[in-house]
Design a protein around this ligand. Structure first.
Ligand code: SF4
Length: 192
C-alpha cells in the first residue's frame, strides 16, 4: 500500500504531546479559507512512499519519540494507509494523534473511521476557520476545533499543560521552514 505525503519531521515537539514523528499527508479537498498549507491540497503532489517504508523510518526513531502525528493535507483522505501505520506503531508503544478537517459527528458512523480510531489516542477535528482564529489551545488554530481522547494515555489535562509553539529550522542551504501553530507572519517578521 502507498501513502502520498508532503513531508515529515522525525522529531518535533510542537505537533502534539512530547516528541513526535510528524507526517504531513499530501492532498486535501476541503480548501479552507486562510489555510497555511495550501501547497498540500493537490492530491497528485508530494512524494509517494510505501507504507512499510514509512513504518521503517518511524521505527528507526521509536526510542526517541513518544508518538506520531498525522496532519496535512487531509489524513482521512488516505485513511487506509493512515490506519495501517497507526496500527503498526501502536504495537511499538507509540501514541497516535490524527488531525482532520472533517467533523467527528460526520465521521463517527463510517466503518473505515471506526477501524482507524481503534489505533488513535487523540483526534483533533474541524476545519481551520479564519474568522474563528484562536491560538489559545495547543496545536490548533481556530475555536471550532475539538479534541477527542480514545485511550487512557491522554486526557483533557494536556490542553492546559501544553502551549502553542512554533519551531524554526534552517537547513544547510539556509532555507527556513516553520512548523507548529501560532502567528507565522509575526515570527517571520522578527527574522527579517
Ligand atoms: S483541512 Fe487543513 S489542510 Fe485542508 S484546507 Fe483545511 S486547514 Fe488546510
Amino acid at each position: 500500500m502507498d501513502i502520498r505525503i508532503n513531508s515529515y519531521i522525525p522529531i518535533t515537539t510542537v505537533e502534539g504531546p512530547g516528541k513526535r514523528f510528524s507526517i504531513w499527508v499530501q492532498g486535501c479537498s476541503l480548501h479552507c479559507k486562510g489555510c497555511a498549507n495550501s501547497a498540500m491540497w493537490n492530491k497528485d503532489g508530494g512524494t509517494i512512499y510505501k507504507v512499510e517504508e514509512l513504518i521503517d523510518l518511524i521505527t528507526s526513531y521509536k526510542d526517541k519519540i513518544e508518538g506520531i502525528t498525522f496532519l496535512g493535507g487531509e489524513p482521512l483522505e488516505q485513511i487506509e494507509a493512515v490506519t495501517e501505520i497507526s496500527k503498526t506503531v501502536q504495537t511499538f508503544g507509540l501514541s497516535v494523534l490524527v488531525f482532520t478537517g472533517y467533523e467527528y459527528s460526520a465521521l463517527k458512523n463510517r466503518q473505515d473511521f471506526q477501524e482507524l480510531i481503534r489505533y488513535v489516542d487523540i483526534l483533533i477535528d474541524g476545519r481551520y476557520e479564519e474568522d474563528k482564529q484562536d491560538f489559545s489551545r495547543p496545536w490548533i488554530g481556530s475555536s471550532n476545533q475539538n479534541y477527542y481522547f480514545f485511550t487512557d494515555r491522554y486526557d483533557e489535562s494536556i490542553i492546559s499543560k501544553y502551549k502553542n509553539k512554533i519551531e524554526v529550522r534552517i537547513d544547510k542551504n539556509n532555507k527556513i521552514s516553520l512548523n507548529g501553530m501560532g502567528n507565522f507572519k509575526e515570527v517571520l517578521k522578527t527574522m527579517r
